[in-house]
Structure formats: C-alpha cells, structure tokens
Design a protein around this ligand. Structure first.
Ligand code: ZN
Length: 58
C-alpha cells in the first residue's frame, strides 16, 4: 500500500500495489508512478537511497 496526496480528490489516498504504473530504480531510491482511482498519476520515491560503500580499512 502507498499513500499519495491526490490534488483531484483533495485528499490523502491509499493505493494498493495494483495501481503502480511505473517503477524506476535510481541512485536516489525507487521512483514509482502510481495511478489514483480518479486517473491522477502521482510520482513518489520509496526505498532507500543508494549509500556510498564504507571506507576500506587498511
Ligand atoms: Zn485521486
């Protein structure tokens, strides 16, 4: 389940995974395109941003 702020509904909406229309893995995290029941497509970021590798210990 995902929460979006839908401007058409003027409300916070809870959307199930079935409403995912796009998924992009990026260094900034996972970008999701979610389609609300009204047709509005919201873009949210989820997951963890890629963190740099810890320094090597010599
Ligand atoms: Zn909506």
């Amino acid at each position: 389940m995902f929460v979006i702020d839908c401007p058409a509904h003027r409300a916070r909406m809870i959307l199930p995974v079935e409403r995912i229309r796009g998924l992009h893995n990026t260094d900034a995290g996972i970008l999701l395109d979610l389609e609300c029941y009204c047709g509005h497509v919201a873009h949210i970021r989820t997951g963890r941003a890629r963190t740099p590798a810890p320094p090597l210990i010599h």
